[in-house]
Design a protein around this ligand. Structure first.
Ligand code: HEC
Ligand code: HEC
Length: 262
């Protein structure tokens, strides 16, 4: 389904308020009555809420947007729409196991099982929402040039491979576990690279980004985030099929030990 670009109006709500709204939606979707309803006599009980995937996703859309298009600045709730389902599910499992730290996400997911999260991952992966045009870059031309070099050619002198050697030639990601890097804000990209450097996003496997991010100079993080965020969306933003990855991944990039679906 192709949807017009719609911005949800709740982007400026404080995180705690959005989590409260989201967590109520989650409880309702899971059939758990809210605390106030428990004290309400049966005659005035809430009407039954249908258990559809759209209903379940309401627990997520206050931060991630109605169709997973992401909050305007991307940091309050990054885009989920169109990312590989395997990648989305793995991230949810990392939030649950503490390998990726974020208080809101850990709270929202704490009671969900893997099949339930898998359905949410499939739902958001299938959403096709247009990407907004990139904002004008604020970085200097020299910074953007350094960012472009890292993204498309890497820097062998510090052992950093080109980002597009793993993230797809068009940087739109590769199924099933590698997300695209276009259409994300420079703040979100830089925050993720920083989180691998300070180990708040320290996935055991695949540990590829822990290596890449820690080999970069601090200034490289902002440079590559600024260049990526300044790129117009590709004509086809879908992640490439797994077969498109023809160059073998470096030995330290462990993709085989992936958490499998039960
Ligand atoms: C209160 C706001 C909030 C709610 C509600 C919320 N999220 Fe998130 N989510 C975030 C933030 C903030 C991040 C980014 C965390 C980070 O920087 O690592 C995130 C990250 C994610 C990621 C990782 C995205 C990526 O590209 O790596 C996934 C997947 C995700 N959320 C799924 C969900 C699902 C599914 C739900 C509903 C069950 C949900 N979220 C509800 C705020 C929220
Ligand atoms: C050797 C392969 C490899 C290379 C090279 C690589 N990446 Fe990644 N990247 C990955 C994998 C695998 C993931 C998924 C990580 C996970 O599941 O936690 C990822 C995830 C990411 C994410 C998270 C996106 C999101 O939506 O949260 C960012 C940002 C990122 N990479 C940036 C970069 C940048 C910038 C470069 C180039 C400097 C780069 N990557 C080079 C393999 C690679």
């Amino acid at each position: 389904m192709i949807l017009p670009l719609a911005r949800h109006g709740s982007g400026r709500m404080p995180v705690r308020a959005r989590c409260a709204a989201a967590c109520l939606a989650l409880a309702l979707a899971a059939g758990i009555p809210p605390a106030s309803a428990a004290a309400t006599p049966a005659a005035t009980a809430q009407p039954a809420i249908p258990d559809t995937i759209q209903q379940r996703a309401k627990a997520c859309t206050s931060c991630h947007g109605e169709h997973g298009e992401g909050a305007p600045d991307g940091n309050d709730g990054p885009r989920l729409a169109g990312k590989p389902a395997g990648y989305l599910l793995l991230q949810m499992r990392y939030f649950q196991s503490g390998q990726r730290r974020n208080a809101a996400m850990e709270y929202v997911l704490r009671q969900l099982d893997v099949p339930y999260m898998g359905k949410l991952a499939d739902f958001f992966a299938d959403e096709q929402v247009p990407y907004p045009p990139p904002p004008p870059p604020t970085a200097s031309p020299a910074e953007l040039q350094r960012g472009e070099r890292l993204a498309l050619h890497g820097d062998p002198s510090i052992g950093v491979p080109a980002c597009n050697s793993c993230h797809g030639t068009r940087l739109t990601g590769v199924q099933p576990l590698i997300p695209g890097l276009l259409g994300l804000s420079s703040d979100y990209l830089a925050a993720q690279l920083a989180s691998w450097r300070n180990r708040t996003r320290a996935a055991k496997e695949p540990f590829c980004m822990g290596v890449v991010a820690n080999r970069m100079y601090a200034a490289d993080v902002n440079a590559v985030a600024a260049w990526l965020a300044s790129q117009p969306p590709a004509a086809d933003m879908r992640p490439e099929p797994a077969a498109a990855q023809t160059t073998p991944l470096p030995g330290w990039c462990v993709m085989s030990g992936q958490v499998s679906k039960p």
